[in-house]
Design a protein around this ligand. Structure first.
Ligand code: DC
Length: 216
């Protein structure tokens, strides 16, 4: 895919709604760069925990974010944040980080910082970007907006199958009710409930919609 202006396929949705799996398939099929913005928040949460910061102390988290040694890096078709040249790929999936991350994500300065960095990802090329506020706040101008969802039972079962212990409902509640850029379904987004559907089926539906939107 290429055009003079980079294409952005924006995917939002609650935890374990299939965003990452589908975004990975779509980016590979369309030759786009995949950006997992949750991984960016998780990287900051991991860094805060490793520095002994209380993640519920918003001022402390914001102070840390103001000058942490991080940089956006492209590796193959992924873009992620490295801290001192290191991407904590495994560490950011721990239960500690999963519990801490939605506190870090509530801080207004953190959200501004993430917005600036996430928007700058178009410098790398066409994007499939997934998170909680991509359609509403990061790239509201894109015509390719999707909101993925699945039943609460199926989402919890997917997370359990990953071997990650956490209370998804509590995290979703924090992500949807926070003041700064909460998870919402925006006007113009296509809502896709993928309960009982395979990622191949869901990603094919999204690709077909993107193709139709590009021809409209
Ligand atoms: O997608 P994930 O579960 O890895 O995201 C981790 C957390 O990061 C999620 O609970 C809320 C936060 N997040 C966010 O606030 N905004 C985004 N665009 C992406 C993630």
């Amino acid at each position: 895919m290429s055009e003079s202006k980079p294409i952005v396929i924006a995917i939002d949705g609650p935890s374990a709604s299939g965003k990452s799996t589908n975004a990975r398939i779509i980016s590979a099929k369309l030759g786009c760069i995949y950006v997992d913005t949750g991984a960016m928040y998780r990287t900051l949460a991991w860094y805060a925990l490793s520095m002994g910061i209380d993640v519920t102390d918003m001022a402390a988290v914001e102070a840390l974010c103001r000058d942490w040694p991080s940089k956006l890096v492209r590796r193959e078709n992924n873009v992620w944040l490295e801290v001192d040249g290191y991407f904590p790929e495994k560490e950011i999936r721990s239960s500690e980080v999963s519990k801490a991350v939605s506190y870090v994500a509530q801080a207004p300065y953190v959200r501004e910082w993430m917005k600036e960095h996430q928007r700058s990802c178009v410098d790398f090329g066409d994007l499939v970007m997934e998170g909680r506020d991509i359609t509403s706040n990061i790239f509201p101008e894109t015509p390719h907006k999707f909101y993925l969802d699945a039943s609460a039972g199926e989402r919890q079962a997917r997370r359990d199958a990953d071997g990650i212990e956490e209370d998804l409902a509590a995290r979703d509640q924090r992500d949807s009710t926070r003041k700064a850029a909460p998870l919402v379904v925006v006007e113009g987004a296509t809502v896709i409930n993928n309960s009982g559907e395979s990622p191949e089926e869901t990603s094919a539906r999204i690709i077909a919609l993107v193709e139709a939107q590009r021809q409209a």
